[in-house]
Design a protein around this ligand. Sequence first.
Ligand SMILES: [Cu+2]
Length: 114
Amino acid sequence: MKITSLARVLLVSVGLAAIPAGGWRLAAGTAPQNAAPAKASQQTVQMRIAGMTCASCAKGLEASFRNMAGVVKASVDYQAGQAVVTFDTGRQSVESLSKFVARCGYKVKETKVI
Ligand SMILES: [Cu+2]
């Protein structure tokens, strides 16, 4: 499941990079099979999160993170009040992830890129 969604994210990224504005038509002279996409740049952020009141909050937030485009890995710990999220910097940022947490009803107290 995890691998499948990661693969989907990668395929979508490759697709977006490979599809010209006009559609699937390949530009003359390009050789897509040789144009392996560069490994997406990734970052991991640790967030202190307030407002989680039970372990289910953490599980739910973790699942929500994992469904976000560009999120590679996510774990949320209720006891520690902390989330650790690895993301593709082309698709998410510390700011976008923080806003997402706020939209989920929690409060980001502190973030640290690790
Ligand atoms: Cu809860």
